[in-house]
Design a protein around this ligand. Structure first.
Ligand SMILES: Cc1ncc(COP(=O)(O)O)c(C=O)c1O
Length: 391
């Protein structure tokens, strides 16, 4: 075996294609090209000042040491407050774990529970990391395809027919990346009716975009709609998207104590604990004022409406109105004869100065995702370039 050989587990996964597109846009910019990136999944708003102040205070007061593995008690309490206030989910801090971003929580939960031969159900289009993490853990991905016409949501029948004795997890993401699909309470309860029959199946409910919903009404989440299933639901949340803290790398998850402990066991030998300074900042984010969010939501909503209208006016492109998060999943099927596939279309748009991510990166097809978490003037110019590139 040569010294550069990597593990079989690593060989099963591909690098993140959203990061790849963002890196390519950065490279082209460094080479002097004028590239607008709509490929990245983070708010353009600055991190709120009270959060920055908390990070500085943590440094000044010596909060620079190891913390408890599952996170500081202060942050787990703030997270419990967030789960109750924003998701209606009552959990004690002992059922909360703090991780280095939502990503680490998903990684830990899946690695701590999956064995070779296990199957994981993932509705597609999916968030890019889900299938890779499943494959890294040695389990198989079972695709539950969804379409724009049904709101990119799975149905109870589709779920029931996909479950086998090997099924270990269902990954639900609402509001969803890349589609913005958001499950209403009644649909979650109907999925719960199916899940109740299959006691081996765990559910990962990725609610990281819950504060960024545009439809009004309370956010619905499985552990609340079906409390009898809560002992097999891990609800993942965080501050990356809602509080513009992607660089702080803090996620918070709530679940049954056995699973939180299993995740902490893995974390104890991996990162050890999330960054102490970032934890202090996240405590301020989750326990402090939330009023700024209403303003952010309104601005995202206005951008969404602008982007949806502009995209639907371009011949060959169409998109439904996303209910949450800050992405549009755009169908470009009529353009496939001209471009061949969605990867070629994404490269064509990059040549015309806009970085987007091909739908196939998300298990979709014949389209691309754009993020509307960009300044209005930037979005206007990007939409103008897309229209010109396809004219
Ligand atoms: C659906 C979804 N879940 C989880 C994450 C992970 O977020 P974090 O940056 O907190 O790791 C992302 C980030 O893109 C996401 O879109």
């Amino acid at each position: 075996m040569d010294s550069h050989a990597t593990s079989a587990a690593l060989g099963r996964i591909a690098p993140s294609r959203t990061n790849a597109m963002t890196d390519r846009a950065i490279e082209l910019r460094a080479a002097g090209r004028d590239i607008i990136s709509l490929s990245v999944g983070e708010p353009d708003f600055p991190t709120p000042p009270h959060v920055i102040a908390a990070a500085k205070a943590a440094l000044d007061t010596g909060q620079t040491r190891y913390t408890a593995v599952p996170g500081t008690l202060a942050l787990r309490e703030a997270a419990a407050l967030h789960f109750q206030r924003d998701l209606g989910l009552a959990v004690p801090p002992s059922q909360v774990i703090v991780t280095a971003g939502g990503k680490q929580a998903i990684f830990e939960a899946l690695l701590a529970t999956l064995n070779p031969g296990d199957e994981v159900l993932i509705p597609s289009p999916w968030w890019v990391s889900y299938p890779e993490i499943v494959r890294f853990a040695g389990a198989s991905v079972v695709d539950l395809p969804t379409q724009a016409s049904s709101g990119f949501r799975i149905t109870p029948d589709q779920l029931a027919s996909a479950i086998t004795p090997a099924t270990r997890w269902l990954l639900l993401n609402s509001p969803g990346n890349p589609t913005g699909a958001t499950y209403p309470a009644a649909e979650l309860r109907a999925l719960g009716d199916v899940l109740r029959r299959f006691t081996r199946v765990l559910v990962l409910s990725d609610d990281i975009y819950a504060p960024l919903r545009y439809g009004g009404g309370a956010h619905a989440t499985l552990a609340v709609e079906c409390p009898d299933l809560a002992d097999r639901v891990l609800t993942v949340s965080g501050v990356s998207k809602s509080h513009a803290m992607t660089g702080f790398r803090i996620g918070v998850s709530a679940g049954p104590e056995w699973l939180i402990k299993a995740m902490a066991k893995l974390q104890s030998h991996n990162s050890g604990n999330p960054c102490s300074i970032a934890q202090a900042a996240a405590t301020a984010a989750l326990a402090g004022p939330q009023e700024f969010l209403a303003d952010w939501r309104e601005r995202f909503r206005a951008r969404r409406d602008k982007v949806v209208a502009a995209i639907n006016a371009i011949p060959g492109l169409s998109t439904p109105v996303p209910d949450g998060a800050f992405y549009c999943m755009i169908d470009a099927a009529p353009l496939m004869e001209r471009f061949g596939d969605d990867e070629a279309l994404a490269l064509h748009l990059l040549e015309h100065g806009v970085a987007v991510v091909a739908a196939s990166a998300f298990g979709g097809a014949q389209g691309f995702r754009i993020s509307f978490a960009a300044d209005d003037a930037v979005l206007d110019e990007a939409l103008r370039r897309i229209a010109a590139a396809l004219a």
